[in-house]
Write a protein that binds this ligand. Sequence first.
Ligand SMILES: *[C@@H]1O[C@H](CO)[C@@H](O)[C@H](O)[C@H]1NC(C)=O
Ligand SMILES: *[C@@H]1O[C@H](CO)[C@@H](O)[C@H](O)[C@H]1NC(C)=O
Ligand SMILES: *[C@@H]1O[C@H](CO)[C@@H](O)[C@H](O)[C@H]1NC(C)=O
Ligand SMILES: *[C@@H]1O[C@H](CO)[C@@H](O)[C@H](O)[C@H]1NC(C)=O
Length: 613
Amino acid sequence: MQLSTLATLLPLLGAVSAAPGSTRSRYALKERHVVPRGWTESAQAVKSHMVHLQIGLKQSNADEIDRHVMEVSTPTHERYGQHLSADEIERLIAPSQNTADLVHEWLAEHGIAPDSYSAAKDWINVRVPVEKVEKLLNTKYSVYTHTDGTSLVRTPEWSLPEHLHEHIDVIQPTNSFFRMSKHTSDVVTSDSTEMTIDEWHKKNPWANHHHTPGTTPNITAICNASFVTLECIRTVYGTIDYQTRACEENSIGITNYLGEISRRADLKQYLGLYRPEATGVADSFPIIAIDNGNTDQGPLNATQLKSGQDIEGNLDAQLVVGISYPTKFSAYTTGGSPPYTPDLGEPTNTNEPYNEWLNYVLAQRDLPQVISTSYGDDEQTVPESYAKRACDGFKQLGARGVSVLFSSGDNGVGSDGTCYSNTDPNKATFLPAFPASCPFVTSVGSTANFEPEVATLRFGSGAGFSNYFKQPSYQHWAVQGYLNKIGNTYAGLYNPNGRAYPDVAAQGNHDVIVYNGLVRTVGGTSASAPTFSAVIALVNDALISHGRPPLGFLNPWIYGGAYKALTDITSGSSIGCNGTGFAAAEGWDPVTGFGTPKFGELVKAAFSKGQGY
Ligand SMILES: *[C@@H]1O[C@H](CO)[C@@H](O)[C@H](O)[C@H]1NC(C)=O
Ligand SMILES: *[C@@H]1O[C@H](CO)[C@@H](O)[C@H](O)[C@H]1NC(C)=O
Ligand SMILES: *[C@@H]1O[C@H](CO)[C@@H](O)[C@H](O)[C@H]1NC(C)=O
Ligand SMILES: *[C@@H]1O[C@H](CO)[C@@H](O)[C@H](O)[C@H]1NC(C)=O
């Protein structure tokens, strides 16, 4: 009798573990994200492989924070410039006690203790083996291998007990196949001849033409579109005669990822060429390592040099310091996304690192007023829930008065031959880039040539319309103006109601840098973002020295009138997806945005809060 009871019970127990319940509710699918092209399932995940699980709890007051960031960033609003403190933001967004309790209860049921929390307690981090995560999320992890040979442990879908669906926005690593890449594309870095500093001086006589302060610059004499020097950039954008006055309070940062660093020795040589008074910065600028970010300044080996390791880190630092010196400068270096090693029992963090960076900086009380980033990937490789949470983080930085700028990407409307939808591989589509597509960052496209500058054509300057983020009201008028001009061109290939980018542009075709002790040129929107960012840092210098708040989230100011302080770029297009992409046009366009900086005019626009502009 006893035996037969057991026999009837056993299959039942089996059914329960296949579709687990919790003490409160049954599991239901929370999110599915199709595995992007290029990835194939190659093996079962090792059950003991440790996962750094990041659980994003629903934040409180989501609409309130939107209202705050728009009010403090819109020049016509009475709260313009009254940025929020970290404490104020944390109090606003902290998840409700009920949310926190329910999530902790669920973790405790699975015997999982939180490892750490974000400052606002809106993220809980835990470290657990695959085996346990599979039960926690009622899913199955596998090893996925990319055509380029790198691997990740992921699952396309995950579930939660039903009662938690409204309390948890996102959990990673689950279905994110996002891999950030640098925005200096191979085509752009491989075609430059390198020369020693002496050769550089001999072969390039135009580099010895200098701008005379107080005179109208002769751009033809100072600039060569094949070798865009720091002196040329500072002259063309009008910062060269500016004397900083707030460099004690004002600062600018760049972010390094993927093991990139900004090399002190190269920065020193670069500044020696153009701004000898600044060379001391090379030894002293702070390098802030997050999540074991690389800080090794030792020599690069042949393999690393061939792959262009640290070109990105050098480019960002050299342009930012070169333009904004003596504004305080710092470089973040964030680890994460190392190749997955299947037999490693140690915790390996394979999460995409924006979140690591955001959780670190959002916890800081003092932040640079401008932060430039030159990395990104196709938006469709990031699950929507995760893209939205990262974008929320950039929004919080904006609310705190930080201008967050991203390069728009180097593949125009999408890499040739890859422009298909994730969810329907037969559907041709343009491929917007993330985080450029986040409405709370300022996205920077690339220009080439002088008098006039045009959209860069040697590679496609990143451009497009988000499929995740709807078009923010601040840009609606400008984007509609462009869409009215192009009519049905490319209809069906992009989302006309999406957040459109870039917002602005700057030189990014043949920028001169020093790499491994040699002078060379580099292109990409990777050059454009630090250039535009450094100009904004100097506008902040002018504001701060007059007791005004910094610009913060730039877009409402730019679209609200300051766009008139930019040089409109009207020629060229965002080549990609086997075509010419969107064409530049008069006014805003999804290639160069509103155009490139005119520093003096931007300062005026900043002091008039954009009005009269
Ligand atoms: C500007 O420089 C170019 C090249 O050096 C020279 O030919 C030209 O005359 C200069 N223009 C003016 C207005 O000085
Ligand atoms: C600009 O640089 C290119 C490449 O070195 C050179 O051929 C050309 O003569 C330069 N142009 C001027 C005006 O100096
Ligand atoms: C170059 O350095 C990297 C990083 O330290 C290392 O992984 C790689 O094996 C080295 N390659 C050679 C050829 O020494
Ligand atoms: C687009 O171009 C790529 C390479 O440039 C090629 O492999 C692919 O077949 C092309 N696709 C179409 C639809 O023409």
